[in-house]
Design a protein around this ligand. Structure first.
Ligand code: B12
Ligand code: SF4
Length: 510
């Protein structure tokens, strides 16, 4: 079991790139940093996206540190995780490397099996990581720290589960360790993420959230939300907050209280939330107008399919189409952008259901200009209910940590979606992207000529989607050229992914 002796009080965190210029301070790390800082530790955060020589920096910083902590979700972030952890191990095989975040929490066993990993932290990391660091520093046995996994004499050992703590009992996040100037330089906007509630009461078949946070929705009181966000945005001059809660609108009175509090406080920042369509549908026009006055400018909602059959299979029986149309209309009348997510190729989606979904998207965008859709290909994640059925669905699941690096919903191929059909769906998604305007988080770099040209190509794109015709995709070629002219096709960290990522924003969870 790698240990660290001595008097060092330095902890190094590494945040691997997710290949998007829309990066901002990694909340998971900011959360676990606070208890360390309060206990007198010095914390160094190296975020690959904003650190050109990230490997050199990590290797310099770990020399006098207690351990290296890395935060990651399943997918391309694993590539740099392994690269950095391996480089540190080459320097000193005994230097402790701790992985935390969604991927190690959902697949602790397989993650810990990787040669470059010494410890995994499962679930909420605030208390666990401090305890682990203190044990590493004093060379004490870690067996009694709930919520971790470690190696001893080649064996993997997992301690007991650590019960979930409600968000209100968690310390505030250490935003002060983030370099917002550097994020702003990359993204063109000065913004941060903020958490105001945990978990979601629903149980969609593809969703991993219950695997880490369970189903018991719990939230910060409205007063705390107002006080913290106003302070945060003023202190760091942030123009926008993305509230990353799974389902912000579960408690409507709290949402109203937040809006009233922000209006009273004269807040100036914009914010966006994620919420289920049925929760949003409960908001009256007055509620939405109040939220807009308070700065809410976007509500991301997981519509997921335009086919009632597929929604049934997804376990999304809590939403109905009338509510979606109604909520799009109400949001837009309050000048709040309804932003919808779609998952293509969910098991059971055939050509008829896919067509229904495309027609539904076209209908919503036409009837409610300003509504937007973001699409993904179904990708089963560890911890989701559907994961139990992957074998019978014929999906091969990676068996090593490294194997998950290419697991990414923008490219997923499935037994029922490969070859020509996969290519056709990707082309359809590309056309959906250019047919109607979408607003990414990053600053819009388009000049007026590009805007007019893109508006012009959106018309034949719509015709194609209406008629399901995607041969000779000249509009896509033109759009690519326009983006290349502006340098938009170049993400700030493209090399991290197997395939180059387009500069599209991170997609909302819910
Ligand atoms: C913000 C966010 C993102 C951001 C940043 C991700 C990040 N690494 O922080 C971006 C936009 C990049 C993103 C992208 C994606 N995401 Co995302 N994202 C989220 C979201 C909405 C919030 C995460 C967050 O910051 N929470 C707040 C912090 C405080 O909580 P936390 O992350 O859980 O951290 C705690 C513990 O995990 C732990 N911890 C975290 N890090 C560390 C590090 C150490 C050392 C330790 C000890 C502990 C520890 O302690 C923290 C405090 O308790 C979640 C959903 C959710 N509601 O949580 C999805 C979620 C994490 N994303 C998910 C997915 C699927 C994706 C994408 C693959 C989706 C896509 N459509 O492309 C991409 C992958 C990008 C890539 N190229 O790899 C899944 C996770 C699946 C999985 N198995 O990993 C989630 C759960 C959404 C969902 N329901 O499906 N995402
Ligand atoms: S997808 Fe959204 S609504 Fe469904 S369980 Fe996950 S967080 Fe809740």
């Amino acid at each position: 079991m790698p240990k660290r002796n001595g008097s060092s009080k330095k902890i190094v965190f590494f945040f691997p790139s997710f290949a998007s210029s829309e990066a901002t301070a990694p909340l998971g790390i900011l959360a676990v940093a606070t208890p360390l800082i309060r206990a007198g530790y010095q914390v160094v955060l190296i975020d690959s996206t904003i650190t050109p020589n990230y490997k050199k920096r990590v290797l310099e910083e770990v020399r006098d540190a207690v351990c290296l902590g890395i935060s990651l979700v399943t997918g391309p972030m694993i590539r740099e995780t392994v690269e950095i952890a391996t480089a540190v191990k080459e320097w000193d095989p005994d230097f402790p490397i701790v992985l935390g975040g969604w991927h190690p929490s959902l697949l602790p066993d397989q993650t810990l099996r990787a040669a470059c990993v010494d410890y995994v932290v499962r679930g909420q990391g605030e208390d666990v990581f401090l305890e682990l660091v203190q044990h590493l520093q004093s060379n004490a046995a870690v067996d009694l720290i709930p919520g971790i996994g470690f190696k001893r004499d080649g064996r993997l050992i997992f301690t007991s589960e650590r019960p979930l703590k409600p968000l209100v009992e968690m310390p505030p996040k250490a935003y002060h360790i983030a370099d917002f100037d550097a994020y702003e330089r990359g993204c063109g906007k000065r913004w941060a993420m903020y958490t105001s509630s945990l978990a979601c009461p629903f149980n969609c078949a593809y969703c991993t959230n219950a695997g880490v946070y369970g189903r018991k929705w719990n939230a910060l009181p409205s007063e705390q939300f107002v006080e913290e966000t106003v302070d945060l945005t003023r202190r760091y001059r942030l123009e926008m907050l993305w509230v990353v809660d799974d389902n912000f609108m579960v408690d409507l009175d709290r949402a109203r209280g937040i809006a009233e509090g922000l209006v009273r406080a004269g807040s100036q920042f914009k914010w966006s939330v994620q919420a289920t369509t049925n929760m949003v549908a409960r908001l009256s026009r007055e509620d939405l107008a109040l939220l807009r006055r308070a700065g809410l400018h976007q509500i991301c909602q997981g519509v997921d399919s335009g086919s009632p059959k597929v929604l049934q299979l997804m376990g999304k029986t809590f939403q109905d189409f009338d509510q979606i149309y109604e909520s799009a209309a109400r949001c837009l009348s309050a000048n709040i952008r309804p932003s919808f997510n779609i998952i293509f190729a969910f098991p059971g989606e055939g050509p008829k259901e896919r067509r229904e979904t495309i027609e539904f998207m076209m209908d919503v965008c036409r009837r409610f200009p300003g509504a937007e859709f973001w699409t993904n290909i179904f990708t089963p994640y560890p911890g989701s209910p559907i994961m139990k059925h992957v074998e019978e669905l014929g999906i091969e699941i990676p068996t090593t940590l490294e194997g998950w690096a290419d697991y990414f919903p923008r490219y997923t191929t499935l037994p029922w979606l490969k070859g020509k059909e996969h290519a056709r769906l990707q082309t359809t998604r590309d056309y959906l992207r250019i047919a109607f305007d979408r607003i990414p988080i990053a600053a819009d770099k388009r000049d007026p000529i590009t805007r007019i040209a893109q508006k012009a190509i959106s018309l034949p794109a719509r015709w194609r989607l209406d008629h399901d015709v995607y041969k000779y995709p000249v509009e896509l070629w033109l759009n690519k050229k326009l983006n290349q002219r502006l340098g938009i096709a170049r993400s700030s960290k493209p090399a991290v992914d197997a395939k180059r990522l387009a500069a599209t924003p991170g997609e909302a969870a819910c």
